[in-house]
Design a protein around this ligand. Structure first.
Ligand code: DAH
Length: 352
């Protein structure tokens, strides 16, 4: 009897599902054949009152039918869902060429900085850095630039107003005046305060000058400082390292020229030039028609600087230099105006 009834429910349900056309129909169907008050659920609930033998037989049959009806319902749900879907308009044509994606890439200055770092780290140098907002002490005093010395005027400084100096900052101990560092040289002293020779470091970083801009001057520039300190380090070591660097950086031998010069933090000091790679030495706006490009200053570290950093006078020797990153980028990539580099002009940036 019960078996007949269950099979009857099945036949009826599978017949009925065919005429279901919408969500409301699905809902009704589910309620009628699988819901809590459906006949089938009633039969399943009543199993406990049957004999053990019937319970097994009827239970199996009722559950199998329930499964079949559930599957039919799910099938119908899928069918109705797909019916509302316009396959033709949703078709994806995988053969259509894709839109070109604009990829970002490192800025020319980052590229050059990495090239420089690679060459120096391969020679055993470490990379150090320091703050761009600096104390007057590190930018000038510790570098042997006397308070009233005209050398302070060699670099036009952006001084920060006291009211924008951070009152909580610990930097105020050594000097009250805060500035945008005019060169990367203050990092020499900061590094030496924390390290004992021998060491070889380079310091790539940003510096700022309050000056008019032209094809070779920018108010915001990048330098990389080098500092090599140990026993008996000499000018010969400097020339060798500098020549090795430039040969690797430009991939060819360049002419190098040292001119005696004065920087308070070195003694002796020199200006370091290389032959202009934009014009090959014939003369162009980049080299101001001299055929030479000034790369930066260099020299043997003045003993007063060692003393500022806490070393004993005459305990060590060392050389230092500060070279312009933009200059090197201009020479290597033949750029004739420094102002292009940080202009943000994509037509320029995309060339590298
Ligand atoms: N700091 C100097 C400048 O910005 C460049 C310089 C000269 C750095 C001589 C040095 C050096 O380390 O020895 O103009």
């Amino acid at each position: 009897m019960l078996e007949q009834k269950i099979l009857g429910i099945k036949t009826e349900a599978l017949e009925r599902i065919r005429s279901v056309k919408d969500d409301a129909g699905l809902f009704e169907f589910e309620k009628k054949y699988l819901g809590r008050k459906s006949e089938l659920t009633g039969i399943l609930k009543g199993l406990k009152d049957l004999s053990q033998e019937d319970r097994k037989k009827i239970g199996e049959l009722a559950n199998a039918v329930k499964m079949e009806i559930s599957e039919a319902l799910e099938g119908k749900k899928r069918e109705l869902k797909n019916a509302g879907f316009d396959f033709e308009s949703e078709r994806i044509d995988v053969t259509i060429p894709s839109k070109a994606n604009g990829y970002g890439h490192p800025h020319i200055l980052s590229i050059v900085q990495r090239e420089i770092e690679d060459i120096f780290t391969a020679m055993g140098f470490e990379i150090a850095d320091g703050p761009e907002i600096e104390q007057e002490f590190y930018n000038f005093d510790a570098l042997n630039v006397a308070k009233d010395h005209p050398a302070r005027d060699m670099q036009d400084t952006f001084w920060l107003k006291p009211e924008i100096q951070n009152p909580k900052s610990k930097i105020q101990n050594k000097s009250e005046n805060i500035l945008l560092r005019t060169h990367t040289s203050p990092v020499q002293v900061r590094y030496m305060e924390k390290h004992k020779p021998p060491f070889k470091i380079i310091v790539p970083g940003r510096a700022f000058r309050n000056e008019a801009t032209d094809a070779t001057h920018e108010h915001t520039l990048h330098q990389f400082e080098a500092l090599v300190v140990g026993d008996g380090v000499n000018v010969g070591n400097f020339k060798y390292i500098a020549e090795t660097f430039f040969t690797k950086f430009f991939g060819k031998k360049l002419e190098i020229r040292l001119r005696p010069s004065y920087f308070p933090f070195v003694e002796p000091g020199f200006e370091f030039d290389i032959s202009c790679t934009v014009c090959g030495g014939r003369g162009c706006p980049s080299c101001k028609h001299t055929g030479w490009l000034e790369v930066g200053g260099a020299g043997m570290v003045n003993q007063n600087v060692f003393v500022s950093a806490g070393y004993k006078r005459n305990a060590y020797q060392g050389f230092a230099w500060g070279f312009g990153l933009e200059r090197l980028a201009m020479m290597k990539y033949k750029i004739d105006d420094i102002r292009l580099i940080e202009s943000g002009d994509l037509r320029f940036i995309r060339q590298f």
